[in-house]
Design a protein around this ligand. Structure first.
Ligand code: SF4
Ligand code: SF4
Length: 320
């Protein structure tokens, strides 16, 4: 009996030491926090997500309807998935010079984060596999059908705000999330007990009432959807006030009290060649200059055509 319990204790200690190592390595790789959740194949939020889709609140983002089975069952994303490692990356930028009256969301003022986060998650997975070569895992940063915000909450890293954002209790909501789904059980973290203050400031501040009720976003009314996700061949919807934004929107993040003490990201820094652009330069940005300026940033996604369309919507709003 004694030897069995020592064996179990040793096994447990070994697992805990792996978890400690994973978290320490994640911080060393530049991530701001790391947590672990146990995989269960029925995601409680699946019904809420399906109801949201059925109301058409995802607008034209049809990709959200696909792979529903994978989204709600991580073992279809990675065979024998047992645990999920979630990392948090602060991207908040302290106010810096911004020469234009047009607005660009904070996350688009520096190099595209996908590459940086994926690379470092790859390094983290390699290091874990050096400790435990039997472990296999799959990485996701936004693009895979993994409910990252849901798992970040399950991993004890924070909570969801009325503005539908994931909020880290110390870092706020200007954060990116990344995950590694692994096929070995790892000691999970306890749930986080912090909560959204339910102050309603985000709902009141949204220029288009896109937060139709607490925790419910109607993407069609959201400036981020209109200026980023909308097909470049379509105009923005005439009833949308883009509030001078030509790429994305931070309003419901900026007003949130959980972001009051947000600190400068130690990994991402705004690119001065974007911050110093004047209205005139934005208005007249030529294709070749656009490619050079935005090649490595998320703005590249909508191209010069998308930026011109968004600027002309801002101008229309100003005339009204
Ligand atoms: S991102 Fe902007 S438009 Fe979208 S919900 Fe928040 S405040 Fe409203
Ligand atoms: S602004 Fe208030 S209600 Fe909205 S997410 Fe932040 S704390 Fe919650």
């Amino acid at each position: 009996m004694h030897s069995v319990s020592s064996f179990l204790m040793n096994g447990l200690k070994k697992m805990n030491s792996i978890v400690d190592t994973i978290k320490a390595r994640a911080l060393k790789l530049g991530f701001d926090d790391c947590g672990i959740a146990s995989i269960h194949d029925t995601v409680e939020d699946a019904e809420i997500f399906k109801a949201w889709l059925s109301r058409g609140y995802h607008a034209n983002m049809q990709y959200m309807e696909s792979n529903m089975d994978v989204r709600t069952n991580p073992t279809l994303f990675h065979a024998n998935a047992k645990s999920i490692i979630v990392v948090v990356q602060n991207y908040h930028q302290q106010p810096s010079v911004w020469n234009s009256s047009y607005g660009v969301a904070m996350f688009a003022r520096f190099s595209d984060y996908h590459h940086s986060i994926k690379n470092r998650l790859g390094m983290l997975l390699e290091e874990i596999r050096r400790i435990n070569p039997q472990l296999n895992g799959s990485i996701s940063v936004d693009s895979a059908p993994v409910l990252e915000r849901y798992w970040a909450v399950k991993a004890g890293l924070g909570f969801i705000g009325q503005n539908t954002m994931f909020i880290h209790p110390k870092l706020g909501s200007f954060v990116f999330l990344g995950t590694i789904v692994v096929d070995q059980w790892l000691e999970p973290d306890a749930p986080n007990t912090d909560r959204c203050q339910n102050c309603g400031k985000c709902i009141a501040a949204c220029p288009n009432g896109a937060l139709e009720q607490p925790f419910t976003l109607n993407a069609r009314k959201c400036i981020s959807y209109q200026t980023i996700e909308k097909n470049n061949d379509e105009l923005l919807d005439a009833d949308i006030d883009v509030n001078n934004q030509i790429f994305g929107c931070d309003i419901c993040n900026m007003v949130c009290p959980h972001n009051q003490d947000a600190i400068q990201s130690k990994v991402f820094k705004s690119d001065n060649s974007i911050c110093l652009l004047t209205d005139d330069e934005w208005d007249n940005v030529a294709s070749s200059r656009f490619k050079r300026l935005f090649a490595s940033t998320p703005i590249k996604r909508i191209g010069v055509k998308g930026i011109r369309r968004n600027i002309s919507h801002v101008k229309k709003n100003r005339e009204e």
